[in-house]
Design a protein around this ligand. Structure first.
Ligand code: ADP
Ligand code: MG
Length: 133
């Protein structure tokens, strides 16, 4: 899919939400500024969480948003250099309780079975190509 605005990217996230339930994992891959956080905002909105609640986790690896149909756990691995830090997060346990969305999922030490993979490629200007697998 191709988007030309932030809103269109958020909409794709919003439309993915009904397909997700506790235990679902969404892996987001794409360069800095590609639109991964924008996508997660849309996802949050689709789950019934205020999209403003979603920010880029800067100092914490994970943020938790409640008040929607299911809790949303939002992880950003951008600053992670050591795979052991990822292990320490205990993502497997967290995932069971809600929807887990992971930015920079290419830094995960191993793949997650059954996860939805969202790849966002930055094109010219505001265009983005989004692939959901
Ligand atoms: P990431 O989390 O991948 O680093 P962000 O979602 O934080 O990226 O930022 C994406 C930036 O690109 C935002 O400033 C957003 O407004 C801008 N943008 C422009 N066009 C698009 C688009 N088509 N889809 C998503 N974001 C876009
Ligand atoms: Mg981000």
């Amino acid at each position: 899919m191709k988007t030309d605005t932030e809103e269109e990217t958020a909409k794709i996230g919003r439309e993915l939400a009904p397909r997700l339930s506790a235990g679902s994992v969404v892996l987001l891959v794409g360069d800095l500024g590609a639109g991964k956080t924008v996508f997660v905002r849309g996802l949050a909105e689709g789950l019934g969480i205020a999209r403003d609640a979603v920010s880029s986790p800067t100092f914490t690896l994970m943020q938790e948003y409640r008040g929607g149909r299911v809790p949303l756990f939002h992880v950003d691995l951008y600053r992670v250099n050591d795979p052991r830090e990822v292990e320490d997060l205990g993502l497997d346990e967290i995932a069971a309780d809600g929807v887990l969305a992971i930015e920079w999922a290419d830094k995960l030490p191993r793949t997650v079975q059954g996860a939805v993979l969202v790849r966002i490629v930055h094109g010219d200007g505001d265009s983005r190509t989004i692939t959901l697998i």
